[in-house]
Design a protein around this ligand. Sequence first.
Ligand SMILES: NC(=O)c1ccc[n+]([C@@H]2O[C@H](COP(=O)([O-])OP(=O)(O)OC[C@H]3O[C@@H](n4cnc5c(N)ncnc54)[C@H](O)[C@@H]3O)[C@@H](O)[C@H]2O)c1
Length: 309
Amino acid sequence: MSRLKITVVGAGNVGATTAQRLAERDYADVVLVDIVEGLPQGKALDLNETGPVLGYEPNVIGTNGYEETRDSDIVVITAGIARKPGMSRDDLLNTNAGIVKQVSEQIRSSSPNAILIVVSNPLDVMSYVAMKVTGFPRQRVLGMAGVLDTARYRAFIAEELDVSVRDIQAMVLGGHGDTMVPLISYTSVSGIPITQLMPQAKLNAIVDRTRNGGAEIVKHLKTGSAYYAPSSAAVQMCEAIVHDQKRILPCAAWLDGEYGMSGLFLGVPCKIGRSGLEKIIEVELTGEERDALARSAAAVREPMGAVKL
Ligand SMILES: NC(=O)c1ccc[n+]([C@@H]2O[C@H](COP(=O)([O-])OP(=O)(O)OC[C@H]3O[C@@H](n4cnc5c(N)ncnc54)[C@H](O)[C@@H]3O)[C@@H](O)[C@H]2O)c1
C-alpha cells in the first residue's frame, strides 16, 4: 500500500514546522508549497537530510507549483501573512482571503478528494473561503483553532495547579478570536471539576489569558506569531484522520443547524476520523456559555460578510 500524501501550503513558520512534525512521524509523504522560490525546496532538503539522524524515510518535496501535490489525501493551508504587534486576526482579512482563494483553486483541481485543514487567519473566515472556493463538502473542510486554544488553556491551568498538563481535560469553543469560549463546565483534572480545585477569580483570569494567548506571543516575538503549538495542533488533526482515530477535538466546522446556528464556521466538538469531520457533537451549555457562543458567532459573521470572493 502506498503511503498517504499530505501537502502543506505555506513554508513559513507554521507550515515548515508542520512539515517537520509530519516528516518525523513518518506515516506520510509530505509536499511543502510556497510562492517564494527556493524556500520550500531548501526546507524540504534540510528535512530530508534530517531523516538519517532521526530515523525517518526522507520523503519531503518542496515546490512552487501544485503538480507534485497531485492527489494529496490531506492539505494543510498555512499560506498568508501572520499578525504583528497591534494587529487583530481580522486585520489580515483581505490579504489572506486572496491568498487562500488562490490556493483553494489550485487544490480543487489538483486534489479534488483531499481533506482540508485550514490554519490561515482569520481562521473561521478563511475556512469559509476554502470551502466556498473548492466546493468541498463540510466533511472535508476543517479549521484548526480549538485544539490550539484548548492547549493554551490546559497549559495555563496545569501551571497554576502545578499538575501534569496530561491530566487537564478541557474544550474551547467558538470563533478563533477574543470571543472564544473556554467551557468551564467541561474543564476537569482527571475527572475532578476544575471549580473544586481553583477559585473562580483565578479561573476567570486564565480564561482571559487564553483569549489573549496568541497576542501574548505576538507581543514577545514582535515579528510574527506562534507556530510550535499551532503546528502541533494541525498535526494532531492530521493524525486523527490518518489513523482514523475518531477523536473528539474542538475544530472549526461548518454549522448546519448544530447549536441552533447555520451558515458559518465555528469551533465546536468534532469527531474526526478517516473521512474528516464525521460528526459534530452537541453538548449542553449553561445559559452564559450559550450567550458567549452566540456573541462569538456574531463576531465571525461580520468579517465573513465583508470578504469578497
Ligand atoms: N489557526 C491558528 O490557530 C493559527 C495559529 C498560528 C498562525 N496562524 C496563521 O497561519 C498563517 C501562517 O502563519 P506563519 O507564522 O507561518 O506565517 P509566515 O509569514 O511565517 O508564513 C506564511 C507563508 O505563506 C507563504 N505564502 C504567501 N502567499 C502564498 C501563496 N499564495 N501560496 C503559497 N504560499 C504563500 C509566504 O511566502 C510565507 O512563507 C497566518 O495567517 C497566521 O495568522 C493561525
